[in-house]
Design a protein around this ligand. Structure first.
Ligand code: ARG
Length: 257
């Protein structure tokens, strides 16, 4: 493409550009193997990241779409490693993954071990119950509240609902399952993720938790990693030019799987 444009232009400038274009292209093609960024995620979070069984168990979603675009713009191939949410920051520190994108909220605690980009998606936490609606925090007293292991929802359950029993599990679908079978009374979940389950089950009820500390999603990098700034600049472009909004529209109106 670059070559075509360049050769269409007259004079030395055109020749120089054509040369540049050609060398850029060939480096792009030959170096892809060592230009790979590995993203760590926890693919239990429709529509942020989930396993598409119709696509041969490919991990897809809003986060994956953003990561694909940013890594492409930075000249890298993207590889994805799926693991438990609670293992992600450890995998980042040990260098097993280059960055973490998992609807992860930047908290002060996490910032001690990772550097985050800007927030690319805002969200709220909800308390979800089944059949019998709980509408206020004090009704959670003595109740079992399900949360994902290592999540901000787990911290919230432990700090804010001290009179409740926090039940920590690895995967969001497992927590929903516990609510369905009545082994827990409520769970804490982000609004964008709750939608899927509410669409499928009218007996689920929610209320919003007010003033609950940091929320939203950002990308995590190893502390001091300069790649954070490069990634953030690309992300910011996508926020400013409306690309993130477009992807959000695409993924958040997808029918739940
Ligand atoms: N935003 C919450 C947090 O950072 C929950 C994220 C859970 N993500 C996931 N892929 N299961 O703790």
């Amino acid at each position: 493409m670059k070559k075509l444009v360049a050769t269409a232009m007259a004079g030395i400038l055109a020749v120089t550009m054509a040369a540049c274009g050609a060398s850029e292209e060939s480096t792009g093609e030959t170096n892809t193997s060592d230009k790979v960024l590995t993203m760590g995620t926890s693919a239990d979070y429709f529509p942020f990241e989930y396993i598409d069984t119709a696509k041969g168990d490919e991990i897809v979603g809003f986060d994956v779409a953003i990561a694909k675009e940013v890594t492409k713009n930075l000249g890298y191939d993207l590889k994805i490693e799926d693991m438990e949410f609670g293992s992600l920051l450890g995998a980042l520190s040990s260098g097993r993954v280059d960055f973490v994108m998992a609807g992860m909220t930047p908290t002060d605690e996490r910032k001690k071990n990772a550097d985050f980009t800007d927030i690319y998606f805002e969200s709220k936490n909800l308390v979800m119950t089944k059949d019998k609606a709980i509408t206020a925090d004090d009704e959670l007293k003595g109740k079992k509240v399900g949360v994902q292991l290592g999540s901000i929802q787990e911290a919230l359950a432990k700090d804010r609902y001290k009179d409740s029993e926090a039940v920590s599990l690895n995967k969001i679908p497992e927590i929903i399952q516990e609510l369905n079978t009545g082994r827990i009374d409520a769970l804490i979940i982000e609004d964008a993720v709750a939608v899927k389950y509410m669409d499928q089950d009218e007996s689920l009820k929610t209320y919003e938790i007010k003033e609950d500390g940091p929320t939203g999603s950002a990308v995590a990098f190893k502390k001091g990693d300069k790649m954070r700034d490069e990634f953030n600049a690309e992300l910011k472009k996508m926020i400013d030019n409306g690309d993130i909004d477009k992807l959000a529209e695409e993924w958040f109106q997808k029918e739940a799987k």
